[in-house]
Design a protein around this ligand. Structure first.
Ligand SMILES: Nc1ncnc2c1ncn2[C@@H]1O[C@H](COP(=O)(O)OP(=O)(O)O)[C@@H](O)[C@H]1O
Ligand code: SF4
Ligand SMILES: [Mg+2]
Length: 363
C-alpha cells in the first residue's frame, strides 16, 4: 500500500513579536517541532494529544494552510512545497478539512445550497444546472439530510446536522483526503457516535483517507486504523489502535489512557491510575531533553533531562519516543510520584506567549 500522505520532519515555529510596531522577534512558539508520519491510502489515522500540543497546526501544515518552517509534505507523490498558485489550488481540491465548530465554519448568510456549490464552482465542478442539482441531492443524501435543506441556513439546523453540512461541503469537491479536526468535540455525546458512524460509512463507500484529530482518546479509538499520540509538538507514540489501547508503551500514552474511566467498577479499582502533574509546558519554552520529563513518573536522571529521545520502532509498526520504553514495559524501573514542586523545579521559563503573537499564514 503506497502512502497517500507522507509528512517528513515537519516543523511549524510561530514567531513571537514584541515592540511598538511588533517587529522584534523575541522567541518562537514551537507548535509543531519535527513530525514524521505516513497516512496510507484508505486508512484513518487518529491524532490525539492535550489541547495546545500542536494537532491543529500539524493538520493545517499538512494541507499547507500554514507554511511549515521546516520539513516537507508529500501528497500522492508530489512535494507540496514545490506547488504555487494554480497548481496548489488544484491540489487543494483533493485535501479538504472538516472543522470542530460547524457554526463558526459555515457562513450564516449563505444557504446550504450556496455553501455546497461554492467549492464546486471554484474547482469547475459546477458544469450545468441539471448535473449540479443531481450532485447536490446526492451529497445531502450521502450525509443523511433531506433535500429541503438546500434552501435553509446554518442556524436552522442542530449541531449534528450542521456538522453533516460541513462534511457535505468537504465531499462536494470529491477529495481523496479529509482532515477532520475535532469533528465531534462540539457535539452532544449522543450525537457524536452518529457523526463518527457517518464518517466511517462515507469512507467505505467513497474510499476516503482520513486524518482525524481529537483531544479525547475515546473518540478516535473505534474509527482509527492507526493512532499517533502527540505531546508538545512531536509524536511520542504511534501504532495500530488495538495495540495502543492494549499495550501503550510511552508514559504519556499510559497516563492518557489511565484517565479514561472504565465502566466495570472492579477493573476501575484495580487498574493503574497515572495522574499527570502540572500543565502542558509552554510550547514557547519546551523542556530540554525529553519534552515529557517534567511530568514523567518514570523520569531517569540525567538522560531524560538532557537527551531528546527519537521516535524509534520497538515492535512491528510500533514507534515510541522514550529512552526507557523497554525497561518500563518489563517493570525494570518503577514509577515515582511527580509532585508540583518537581514540575516547578524541572520547568523552564521563557517568553510569555499570550500577547502580541503575530504569524504569517497563507490564505
Ligand atoms: N497562528 C498562530 N500563531 C501563534 N501561535 C499559534 C498559532 N496557532 C497556534 N498557535 C500556538 O501553537 C500551539 C499549538 O496550537 P494548536 O495547533 O492549535 O494545538 P491543538 O490543536 O493541539 O490544541 C499553541 O500553543 C497555540 O497557542
Ligand atoms: S524518556 Fe524519560 S522522561 Fe521521557 S517518557 Fe521516557 S522515561 Fe519519561
Ligand atoms: Mg486544535
Amino acid at each position: 500500500m503506497a502512502a497517500l500522505v507522507s509528512v517528513e520532519g515537519i516543523e511549524v515555529h510561530f514567531p513571537i513579536k514584541r515592540g511598538v510596531v511588533l517587529d522584534r522577534t523575541v522567541g518562537h512558539v514551537y507548535a509543531v517541532d519535527g513530525v514524521d508520519l505516513e497516512i496510507q491510502r484508505g486508512e484513518t489515522y487518529g491524532l490525539v494529544g492535550e489541547s495546545g500540543c500542536g494537532k491543529t497546526t500539524l493538520g493545517r501544515a499538512l494541507l499547507r494552510l500554514v507554511e511549515p518552517t521546516g520539513g516537507r509534505v508529500v501528497f500522492d507523490g508530489t512535494d507540496l512545497s514545490t506547488l504555487k498558485g494554480e497548481a496548489l489550488r488544484k491540489m487543494r481540491r483533493r485535501m479538504q478539512m472538516v472543522f470542530q465548530d460547524p457554526l463558526s465554519s459555515l457562513d450564516p448568510r449563505q444557504s446550504v445550497e450556496s455553501i455546497l456549490v461554492e467549492g464546486m464552482r471554484a474547482h469547475g465542478l459546477d458544469k450545468d444546472r441539471e448535473s449540479t442539482r443531481k450532485r447536490l441531492r446526492e451529497l445531502l443524501s450521502a450525509v443523511g439530510l433531506p433535500e429541503s435543506s438546500l434552501r435553509k441556513y446554518p442556524h436552522e439546523f442542530s449541531g449534528g446536522q450542521r456538522q453533516r453540512i460541513g462534511i457535505a461541503r468537504a465531499l462536494a469537491v470529491e477529495p481523496d483526503l479529509i482532515v477532520a479536526d475535532e469533528p465531534v468535540s462540539a457535539l452532544d455525546v449522543s450525537v457524536q457516535a452518529q457523526v463518527i458512524n457517518l464518517l466511517e460509512d462515507l469512507q467505505q463507500t467513497l474510499g476516503l483517507t482520513y486524518l482525524v484529530i481529537a483531544h479525547d482518546l475515546a473518540v478516535v479509538r473505534h474509527i482509527s486504523d492507526r493512532i499517533g499520540v502527540m505531546y508538545l509538538g512531536s509524536l511520542v507514540e504511534e501504532t495500530d489502535s488495538e495495540t495502543l489501547y492494549a499495550q501503550p508503551l510511552h508514559p504519556y500514552t499510559r497516563a492518557l489512557l489511565s484517565a479514561i474511566p472504565v465502566p466495570d467498577p472492579e477493573v476501575e479499582d484495580s487498574r493503574e491510575q497515572i495522574l499527570l502533574a502540572g500543565d502542558l509546558p509552554s510550547p514557547a519554552a519546551p523542556p530540554p531533553g525529553c519534552r515529557f520529563h517534567t511530568r514523567c513518573p518514570w523520569r531517569q536522571e540525567t538522560r531524560c533531562d538532557t537527551e531528546r529521545p527519537a521516535l524509534r520502532e520497538i515492535g512491528a509498526g510500533h514507534r515510541v519516543a522514550c529512552h526507557y520504553a523497554e525497561d518500563i514495559e518489563a517493570g525494570r524501573i518503577t514509577p515515582h510520584e511527580v509532585t508540583a514542586e518537581l514540575v516547578e523545579a524541572t520547568s523552564t521559563g521563557g517568553p510569555e506567549v499570550s500577547h502580541a503573537v503575530s504569524v504569517t499564514e497563507i490564505p
